[in-house]
Design a protein around this ligand. Structure first.
Ligand code: PLP
Ligand code: COI
Length: 365
């Protein structure tokens, strides 16, 4: 068996990559998740060979058997991270080790074979170096990286698979919300929950997103941007959005976010903002917050701001919250001062425009 942590990548260059002028046009306004780079990473796992055949190859369709386990039992996980253009023209990743660690944790929860963290990191580095010209230079632009892994064994038995395929694709990204969304309106999901204690809420597995879609569709039907999920036991405590964690900012200047405990995703943006807030001397609480309290505090003015955060959405103000019998505005419905400050502080570090006291940026070139 090869030493999986130091696999060499075989490189097959794309025979007809996107022409420079076309690429530049695509990078003008890439949106989110629609435009892809020329190459992708593929690494295989089998019980006999371990991790093997690490390749960076032209991006394109892959063939899988109709009995491929993931198509039936959804043994699949993914990550989301970004490469940023640095002021000197180089590029860096933000806290990639945290994504590698979370990928491992997700694999363990889904009874998958964990990818060695060093291999995760080298795979991402290889792809970004090769597709470096796809990192947007535009303000707010970045190269979104999507490492993922699925059960690739051809077998209909219900058991942890013995073969996996790990891949990384890359997608230049602008703002996640159309129009940059100065603030979003949330829809409270009253019927559907995202994750129960003992379930997979803390893992970044595709199934969590599949089960969130009906609630997200309900949000859109009700003219809201995103759904906010409550806990599955009491249907009372605010957990997170379909793809973002939540924060609350109070009149005394303190901030609060729901605690990790297995039912919400341990966001790397969440953890970074907690650290930046503590650095700034802000009182920070990781405590449960009920939807009724949220409404009461928004109405009394005790709650000044609320925001959602994640890799794709960065920091997005929550302006309004609606439900079947609820409708309230937070602050003046627009971005709040502390939200804007935390966003600016985080983005400045991510883009190499401010000192990085925690060593979060990892230069690629
Ligand atoms: N919660 C969910 C359900 C997510 O999908 C994401 C996005 O990755 C987050 C929170 C935020 O996590 P991170 O800040 O690591 O991107
Ligand atoms: C991310 O922020 O990376 C996410 O995964 C959110 C969503 C696009 C799934």
């Amino acid at each position: 068996m090869e030493d999986a942590t130091i696999l060499d990548f075989e490189f097959e260059a794309h025979a007809s990559p996107v022409a420079v002028a076309d690429r530049e046009a695509l990078l003008q306004n890439p949106g989110f998740g629609k435009v892809f780079t020329d190459h992708m990473v593929v690494i295989k796992y089998s019980v006999e060979k371990g991790w093997h055949d690490a390749r960076v190859q032209p991006r394109g369709p892959i063939q899988i058997d109709p009995a491929c386990a993931v198509l039936h039992y959804a043994q699949e996980i993914f990550e989301g991270m970004k490469a940023y253009r640095m002021p000197d023209g180089g590029a860096a990743l933000f806290r990639p080790e945290a994504n590698a660690k979370r990928f491992r944790d997700s694999a363990e929860r889904m009874a998958m074979v964990p990818l060695p963290e060093e291999l995760f990191l080298s795979s991402v580095r290889e792809l970004v170096r090769i597709d470096r010209d796809w990192i947007p230079n535009s303000e707010g632009g970045s190269l979104y990286l999507r490492p993922f892994m699925f059960a690739s064994e051809t077998f209909l038995g219900v058991k942890p698979a013995s073969e996996y395929l790990y891949m990384v694709i890359a997608s230049p990204a602008g703002a996640y919300f159309k129009g940059g969304a100065p603030s979003v309106t949330l829809w409270i999901s009253e019927h559907y929950t995202r994750a129960a204690p003992g379930g997979t809420g803390a893992a970044k597995c595709g199934g969590n997103y599949a089960s969130s879609l009906i609630a997200q569709a309900e949000a859109i039907r009700n003219e809201c941007d995103q759904v906010v999920f409550l806990d599955a036991v009491e249907n009372k405590w605010v957990e997170e959005l379909g793809g973002m964690n939540t924060f609350f900012v109070f009149e005394d200047g303190s901030i609060q976010t729901p605690p990790l405990g297995g039912t919400i995703l341990p966001g790397i943006t969440r953890e970074s903002l907690l650290t930046l807030a503590r650095d700034a001397g802000i009182t920070v609480r990781e405590e449960r917050y009920s939807i009724d309290q949220w409404e009461a505090d928004a109405r009394s003015g005790k709650l000044r701001e609320a925001f959602a955060c994640g890799t794709a959405a960065v920091v997005t103000p929550i302006g309004r919250v609606r439900g079947r019998e609820t409708d309230f505005t937070i602050g003046n419905g627009g971005p709040g001062i502390l939200t804007e400050k935390l966003r600016a502080d985080l983005v400045a570090i991510q883009r190499g425009e401010a000192p990085d006291p925690h060593g979060w940026l990892k230069r690629l070139f």
